[in-house]
Unconditional design. Structure first.
Length: 666
């Protein structure tokens, strides 16, 4: 059967749908450049909640500036050109005009206008960005990812609830057995042409039309040895070795087929494809040229403008560790997009400096992951700058202190257990309330269930989590006593090991994780941490050279299928989390077996039981890290910024697509 769009339902229903093996065709009317859902979501953006508010009276929505310019159009181009198409008073492109009837569109934004620039702050250095990294949202790589499109996408205004939306594939079908998919590519989509900004001549793939062989080559490259050398990550990748990609109509055709060779349907298949950072489609000729010509990670340290994609942006300039500047792709296949003339990505490590830049209007967005506004800044923004909207989104991750389990004393699970027991998570949760409001920077959570969040049956409930060691505030004194008993057992009564370095990126958020962890260990266990800072401007990796470091929990609430994250803890697969050699092998084998059984189990109820067991083991026995809780993102924006809205759980998937539909009205 053919549907206009496949809506993402709750994970329970999603997995049940896969189990039933319903044949699905997903996509929009082939005659139009983009597709929109024809049924709910509703006509307005989701209502604000305590943990994910839209702008309110204390954080007002922007209003249009009187006398705003009349919209003009950047006309679409059917074939690639060597120079940008001049603006003119022509009809707005179809894709741009469609946005005003989009179910996530906000009436207060008014009509889109062209021109101007948008400046976003990041707290880590602006760099070229690796083309094949598996990290879907790294600050210093995000500008590179805006140059790519994937087969499908998550709409940033709708989030997962909006379903999988067509991107380079205008429609697709899944076979009744769930083991193969057929994608129908859009025709007339071209890779970007050479521009005045390019520093390297004759880069292959520029100006060519997207065809099947480009998709096939990109997907087969993922999981290759060279891909791993380029910084690939297991966390969201589709393993090319387990999927066979073919071109039924020939390499130059527009039909792409894929078979899951493992013989087991993958409930997260389309979700993974939606990650532009990993599964953004590159030109076949470009991949072959890049691999044959340059060493691994060359783009990370080399020429920014070597990127070649089909996306809305092309590189304009890079000042390493200072800013990236992007320009519109004159050959972008969505008619009339993007609106902006310039998109800048500024490195401002210091949060106070960044706040001042936002307060004085020098940057348009302050907030991305660990570069988000702090609670005190949110409070000051609400008080002193009421015209500037502040938007909150749940962060697709949480902060922890992690240990190298291959280094003593953290190779002993009793030491890890002791530290995990004494962290006062409720104190941290209470301390991170935005002064004068009910908003919090952090929320107490398990892997899949945050406080004030709907219950996810794939994770343990908060009621269950609060019975775990180290979580129940009523048992805190007993937990501290047990932690000291464990250390007495390891080191002798009253004896404690010396100070340990907490190796951290030199930014305030990461430093705070070390400081809080050190305070808990010192206060309750007589152990201490000292800071060992490394400058992220130096392109290095601490690899397994650390003993203690800030990290994140092994799974993210923004990924509806937890298996996609659990598998990084399966030591039987390539790309698993490193520095885990000290884990008890009986326990590790049990965890590996459970993760592998989850991949094979399609019954939703049974899958949930396995998922909860894995989560419980990782939290309480494996102890790769001690979690603090989830982090909220507070994005400070400007009243003249329009179209910038990332629905709750779309922030780390769909936000790369926000920039093509944002505009400014000054």
């Amino acid at each position: 059967m053919v549907l206009n769009a496949l809506r993402i339902r709750p994970i329970w229903a999603l997995l049940t749908g896969v189990i039933m093996m319903v044949a699905i065709a997903c996509g929009g009317d082939a005659a139009t450049p983009t597709s929109r859902p024809t049924s709910a979501p509703t006509a307005t953006a989701p209502a604000p909640t305590a943990t994910s508010p839209a702008p309110t009276a204390t954080s007002p929505a922007a209003t249009l500036v009187p006398g705003a310019p009349t919209p003009t159009a950047r006309p679409p181009t059917a074939v690639p050109t060597e120079t940008p198409v001049p603006e003119g008073d022509t009809v707005m492109g179809t894709a741009a005009a469609d946005l005003t009837s989009h179910p996530g569109y906000k009436a207060e934004w008014g009509e889109p206008v062209y021109g101007g620039k948008l400046a976003m702050r990041t707290n880590v250095p602006a760099r070229a960005g690796a083309a094949f990294s598996g990290h879907g949202n790294s600050h210093y790589e995000l500008p590179a990812y805006t140059q790519y499109d994937s087969l499908v996408e998550v709409d940033p205004w709708l989030g997962w609830e909006g379903g999988m939306q067509p991107d380079l594939a205008e429609s697709w079908e899944m076979a009744s057995d769930g083991l193969s998919y057929t994608f129908h590519l859009r025709e007339g989509v071209y890779y970007r042409s050479a521009t005045e900004y390019d520093k390297i001549e004759n880069v292959p793939g520029m100006g060519k039309e997207l065809v099947c062989e480009d998709v096939q080559t990109t997907m087969e490259f993922i999981g290759s040895d060279r891909w791993w050398d380029e910084g690939g990550s297991l966390s969201v990748m589709l393993d090319g070795k387990n999927h066979t990609w073919t071109c039924p109509d020939g390499p130059k055709g527009f039909t792409v087929a894929v078979t899951l060779d493992v013989g087991i349907p993958n409930p997260g298949f389309l979700m993974q494809l939606a990650i532009q950072a990993v599964h953004g489609i590159k030109a076949k000729e470009w991949i072959e040229w890049y691999v044959a010509t340059y060493p691994a990670r060359w783009i990370l340290t080399g020429e920014f403008t070597a990127h070649v994609g089909t996306g809305p942006w092309v590189p304009k300039s890079l000042t390493p560790e200072v800013k990236n500047v992007m320009a519109p792709n004159p050959n972008y296949w969505k008619p009339g997009l993007p609106f902006l003339d310039t998109f800048e990505f500024h490195t401002i490590p210091d949060p106070a400096t960044a706040f001042a830049a936002w307060a004085t209007g020098k940057i348009d967005v302050m907030g991305h992951g660990s570069g988000s506004m702090y609670p005190e800044q949110v409070a000051q923004g609400i008080r002193d700058f009421p015209d500037k909207p502040i938007v909150a989104n749940h962060y697709a991750g949480a902060r922890n202190i992690g240990w190298n389990t291959e280094r003593p004393p953290f190779d002993d699970d009793r030491v890890r257990r002791a530290v995990n027991l004494v962290y006062d998570r409720q104190l941290r949760y209470d301390n991170e309330r935005v002064p004068g409001s009910d908003l919090r920077y952090g929320i107490l959570a398990g892997f899949f269930n945050g406080l004030e969040q709907p219950f996810n049956p794939m994770g343990n409930s908060m009621e269950e989590i609060l019975t775990w060691p180290g979580w129940d505030p009523a048992k805190k004194d007993a937990d501290i006593a047990e932690g000291n008993r464990l250390l007495d057992e390891v080191f002798g009564v009253g004896e404690r090991p010396g100070s340990f370095k907490c190796t951290t990126r030199n930014d305030a958020t990461s430093i705070n994780e070390c400081l809080y962890g050190g305070e808990m260990m010192s206060r309750h266990l007589g152990m201490s941490l000292t800071l060992e800072l490394y400058d992220p401007a130096r392109i290095t990796s601490v690899a397994c050279a650390y003993t203690v470091q800030p990290t994140v929990i092994p799974s993210w609430d923004a990924t509806p299928d937890p298996y996609l994250r659990f598998r990084t803890f399966n030591t039987n697969v390539q790309g698993h989390k490193d520095c885990m050699g000290g884990i008890d092998q009986v326990l590790q084998t049990r965890i590996n077996d459970l993760i592998e059984s989850m991949a094979l189990e399609l019954d939703a109820a049974k899958r949930s039981v396995i998922s909860k067991e894995i989560e419980k083991l990782l939290y309480n026995e494996h102890l790769f890290s001690a979690p603090y809780g989830w982090q909220n993102l507070f994005h400070g924006t400007q009243p003249w910024l329009k179209g910038w809205w990332a629905h709750n759980q779309a922030i780390h998937t769909g936000h790369i697509k926000i920039w093509e539909r944002a505009w400014t009205v000054r």
